[in-house]
Unconditional design. Structure first.
Length: 152
């Protein structure tokens, strides 16, 4: 067995760990990568002695740190991050809405969507059915900020 096999196992293990951390969560690839690294280090201790084993262990730790740092600095990491801003608001219910009030759906309620009551556009939820746009509805129940409607 040569150094080539040991280096291959360690590099394969580091590649698997980087994949586990940043692309394929689920622990299977990470466990396999850890096993490859451990086998490579143990083989270097067994075949070439304690000095070579210690150097291999130190080199592996340095290589793992370098691989993670390089991956974090690459543009690949930036492509995986969320950059959009969320500017929506929680459904703030106008105070004059009440049960039994009539309105019209603006979008399809499947089971939630937008409806208009007077001049107020709010998010509403249908009781159980899908409701098409431009259908007359009434407020069935108000639970906190959740407005439940049904067809008129």
């Amino acid at each position: 067995m040569s150094w080539l096999v040991i280096v291959f196992l360690i590099v394969l293990g580091i590649f698997a760990l980087v994949l586990e951390l940043f692309a394929l969560p689920g622990a299977v690839v990470g466990i396999a990568g850890s096993i490859f690294i451990i086998i490579g280090i143990v083989l270097s201790y067994v075949k070439f002695g304690p000095l070579a084993g210690n150097l291999t262990l130190l080199g592996t730790v340095v290589l793992i740190v370098v691989a993670v740092v390089l991956f974090l600095r690459s543009k690949t990491w930036r492509k995986m991050t969320l950059t959009t801003q969320i500017d929506s608001k929680v459904n703030i219910q106008p105070e004059h809405l009440h049960e039994g009030m009539e309105g019209v759906t603006l979008s399809r309620l499947a089971p939630s969507g937008k409806a208009i009551f007077g001049d107020d556009v709010v998010e509403v939820f249908s009781t159980l059915d899908f409701i098409d746009p431009n259908q007359p509805i009434i407020i069935y129940k108000i639970e906190g900020s959740k407005i439940i409607v049904k067809l008129k």
